[in-house]
Design a protein. Structure first.
Length: 393
């Protein structure tokens, strides 16, 4: 009850923090105001704070001074290039940018977890490292933070993260052992042909037509090259070609993404896609240039940690409200932390017909769910880091 009572006493603060962050959304690696807010909050709590990690990342260390493991709690800070349409009194004050994926809630939960665990640090050994990461929505802040040494000094033993999840009911917690989210890959293709008059196609190499054939051929990779029992998807989301109705375009530009749960397939995407693009372009007499970003690997929860978190989540919401969420072909760079140490990325149920889903200009959630997230983090910290011995006390 000590944990629950302390969290309940922080409810107004938790909601206020979320709303303050919601009003100042910033895009990836531009989170200057958000980072300053986070750093100031942690410093006022008395944590050791490091700023400027991977440009705009912040790390706060709660060290008990007693030997023990280190738990990493990760929150993402960035927002999306969306114009908010919620009409909320605390809506975005930054035109064209919005917290439409719950990252303001994620950051608020981690900050208030730091407050609660700082007050209850006599109940744990070791340390908690609160990692506030930039650019989850792209191009990715987790990997550069790891490269900057965030997993060291002290060395991290466990990692936890949380995502507000509108696809499971409000009041539930979703935990899936193994693969939860897909590996992602981005490709950009420029096709070069020979432009000319629309009435004389025989004198041209039509980059637009070549591009159309590339799009079709890419779709057939999934239906004819991939194991149908292992879901994958390729989407061309951008196609630009042409300037006039009677001109055969000389260039076409395509941009898209590929997703899979299989890491081996993810690693082979560049080879597979380029082979298809090269074949189509050669058959049409066109040239091409292709670039790609490998993106994020699959998000994989350690089975033992997932089982442990299911038990902890049951203490928070009741065993009957701990659910197994469906896997999603969305990507998450929490994956990089989970590749390094045993960990769990859990889902905080937010399903409510009164709100739109993520990446929507009318996205929202019942702020009471944030208390559930904080309590889950705090109970996990007590469980994973244990209690100090009488001698240490």
């Amino acid at each position: 009850m000590q944990v629950k009572d302390k969290i309940a006493s922080c409810k107004e603060r938790l909601i206020a923090v979320r709303r303050e962050l919601h009003g100042i959304p910033e895009l990836g690696f531009r989170e200057a105001k958000t980072s300053a807010y986070v750093a100031d909050y942690l410093e006022r709590e008395g944590l050791a704070v490091v700023t400027g990690v991977a440009r705009t990342g912040v790390v706060g260390l709660l060290d008990t001074g007693r030997p023990g493991p280190t738990l990493l709690v990760r929150a993402d800070m960035d927002a999306l290039p969306i114009t908010e349409e919620t009409g909320l009194p605390f809506a975005s004050r930054h035109p064209g940018v919005m917290h439409a994926c719950g990252h303001d809630g994620h950051t608020a939960m981690a900050l208030v977890t730091a407050t609660v665990m700082n007050a209850l640090k006599d109940r744990i050994n070791g340390a908690i490292k609160f990692v506030f990461q930039p650019a989850e929505e792209g191009p990715g802040g987790a990997k550069p933070m790891i490269e900057a040494g965030v997993m060291d000094h002290p060395q991290v033993d466990y990692a936890l993260g949380c995502h507000i999840w509108p696809t499971i009911p409000e009041g539930t917690i979703g935990i899936r052992a193994g693969v939860l989210m897909a590996a992602m890959f981005r490709f950009d293709i420029t096709i070069t042909g020979k432009g000319g008059h629309g009435a004389m196609p025989h004198l041209c190499v039509d980059a637009l037509e070549t591009g159309c054939q590339v799009v079709g051929a890419l779709q057939r990779i999934v239906s004819r090259r991939m194991d149908p029992l292992s879901p994958s998807v390729i989407t061309v989301g951008k196609f630009e070609a042409g300037t006039a109705f009677n001109v055969i375009p000389e260039t076409a530009a395509l941009c898209g993404t590929a997703r899979t749960f299989d890491k081996t397939t993810w690693e082979r995407w560049p080879e597979i896609i380029e082979m298809v693009v090269k074949g189509v372009c050669n058959s049409m007499g066109a040239g091409y240039e292709m670039s790609y970003e490998q993106g994020y690997p699959p998000t994989v929860n350690d089975p033992d940690m997932a089982d442990r978190m299911k038990r902890i989540a049951g203490q928070v919401v009741g065993d009957e409200r701990v659910v197994v969420p469906e896997k999603t072909l969305g990507g998450e760079d929490m994956a990089f932390f989970l590749e390094r140490v045993p960990g769990c990325f859990f889902c905080l149920g937010a399903g409510n017909d009164a709100y739109a889903g993520i990446h929507n200009p009318r996205f929202g959630f019942n702020e009471d769910i944030l208390l559930t997230g904080v309590e889950t983090y705090c109970r996990a910290a007590v469980d994973l880091l244990g209690k100090p011995s009488t001698a240490a006390s």
